[in-house]
Unconditional design. Structure first.
Length: 483
């Protein structure tokens, strides 16, 4: 089931009992963040999407934690379970990508049926019911201050639209935006991301960048802004494929950028690619404050919006939080792509404790010496997987989602001198422990069982397992005891 906009998704969540409206007065400074942090870490039915209807200092309601569970994330993308995303991508690859692996990689950008999934341009849109160009001000938005040490208030769930100044191709990214004042924002697009490349090209050409920031829209479009897509794949085409129809897009009023017609709020403006201002600190998904550094500055030209807009946002911090489920959807979607490149991969898990880039657990079908190392090194060379700090490789029968089992295998199945790989490479912008900013060490752990292929000098012991006969007997005789 695809949702046309955020309001349809809210109605669905409410019907499912997955959303709570909060009518009591609440502060956007820290209070919403503390409430949401507790709710997002709650078990079962207590983890709900929240719609704050009475935010002090604003007439706009605030939606948060809408994607904050596996069920809500799956519903947002039109599936019953996140694993269905892997099946959809795998089927697409099998049916639409004949030829060798290299042929398939060359054709990756043409995976999607652009006629059906491509954006649909419209001339009028709900996001332009109100147009403010005379004296636009960010003060009308209920932007949150999330943590006590934050450098200010931050927009945290945007779709940031930029265009390549040479080719005109679109990039959509989800970057935090610090509110400096009523007309300017800090643009935290990191050096490895698409909009940062657009900025670099614009700076070479000494040309200003036109930028649009969309808040809200249909859930697939919102998610797609967070997805680390390969170069050449348009995020809005990807969103159209996810939702089964093209995303309606409307031209902005003051910049040459198209935005989702069903968005709640759109900020139009520009960036001087040579201008920098101190951005941060910010309480980040690592659980630590990211350091203040210089980033580009967005200058507001116009605000367009619905007559009665809803302000969507999120908070990040020590996991699990809402962003974990956005990342888990990405993991499931890209698993078939990893298998396309590395057919020995069985499954992958990027657990919440590893905050995406710190820990990747991979199970493989091991067939030859050095295969675990080959998988590690191939993953480190695959797009934004280059930022992974630690990769643990286990055998195909290991459940990578059972962290207790993985820890048992990863400590019991290794000899540190033989099975650890240490090298250096690019690191995530937010990695505070790296050797230096954006560069540091990486660790690979071969936690597979060792045998004759590995030329070990002692026999590998058998794993303790009860016989199937006794297991079946106990199941029959003791089932009334819940065994």
């Amino acid at each position: 089931m695809a949702f046309a906009n955020l309001r349809e998704f809210i109605a669905h969540l409410e019907k499912q009992g997955s959303l709570r409206r909060v009518s009591a007065p609440v502060s956007r400074d820290l209070e919403i963040a503390e409430i949401t942090d507790r709710v997002s870490k709650s078990a079962g039915g207590r983890n709900l999407a929240l719609l704050f209807e009475n935010v002090q200092g604003s007439e706009m309601p605030v939606l948060i934690n809408a994607f904050g569970s596996p069920d809500r994330m799956a519903a947002a993308l039109g599936v019953g379970h996140l694993d269905e995303l892997s099946a959809r991508v795998a089927k697409l690859i099998d049916l639409r990508m004949p030829g060798s692996v290299f042929d398939k990689l060359r054709k990756l950008g043409t995976l999607f049926d652009v006629v059906r999934a491509g954006p649909k341009r419209v001339s009028s849109a709900p996001c332009q019911e109100v147009v403010e160009t005379e004296h636009p001000s960010l003060a009308s938005l209920p932007v949150l201050r999330c943590w006590p040490g934050d450098g200010g208030r931050y927009i945290t769930l945007p779709m940031v639209f930029t265009r390549d100044p040479v080719t005109g191709s679109r990039n959509v990214g989800m970057y935090r935006l610090q509110v400096y004042d009523d007309q300017t924002l800090g643009m935290h697009w990191q050096i490895h991301k698409g909009s940062a490349e657009h900025q670099r090209l614009a700076e070479e050409r000494k040309e200003p960048m036109e930028v649009a920031i969309a808040l809200g829209g249909d859930p697939c479009a919102i998610y797609s802004g967070s997805a680390p897509l390969p170069p050449g794949i348009d995020e809005m085409v990807f969103a159209g494929w996810l939702r089964g129809s093209g995303v309606p897009m409307v031209p902005c009023k003051t910049v040459h950028v198209d935005v989702p017609a069903e968005a709640e709020i759109v900020l139009e403006g520009w960036v001087d690619p040579a201008e920098r201002r101190l951005e941060g600190p910010f309480g980040d998904h690592t659980g630590y404050y990211s350091l203040a550094r210089d980033y580009p500055v967005f200058h507001l030209k116009a605000i367009t919006r619905r007559k009665n807009p809803i302000y969507p946002t999120t908070i990040v911090g020590r996991p699990p939080q809402e962003d974990y489920w956005l990342g888990k959807a990405t993991e499931r979607i890209f698993l078939p792509i990893m298998r396309l490149m590395l057919p020995e991969i069985v499954d992958v898990n990027m657990p919440a404790e590893g905050v995406f880039h710190n820990l990747v657990i991979v199970s493989i079908r091991k067939r030859y010496p050095g295969q675990a190392r080959k998988v590690m090194q191939a993953l480190w060379g695959m797009g934004l997987m280059m930022l992974a700090k630690t990769i643990v490789v286990v055998s195909e029968h290991v459940n990578v989602h059972d962290l207790s089992e993985v820890a048992w295998r990863a400590t019991g199945n290794i000899d540190p001198r033989r099975d650890l790989v240490i090298l250096e490479g690019p690191m995530d912008d937010l990695d505070h422990a790296a050797l230096r900013h954006r560069f540091g060490g990486k660790l690979g752990v071969d936690a597979t069982e060792k045998g004759p292929l590995d030329d070990i000098t002692q026999a590998w012991p058998d794993e303790i397992r009860m016989s199937e006969e006794i297991r079946a007997r106990v199941t029959r005789r003791w089932k009334d005891y819940g065994l």
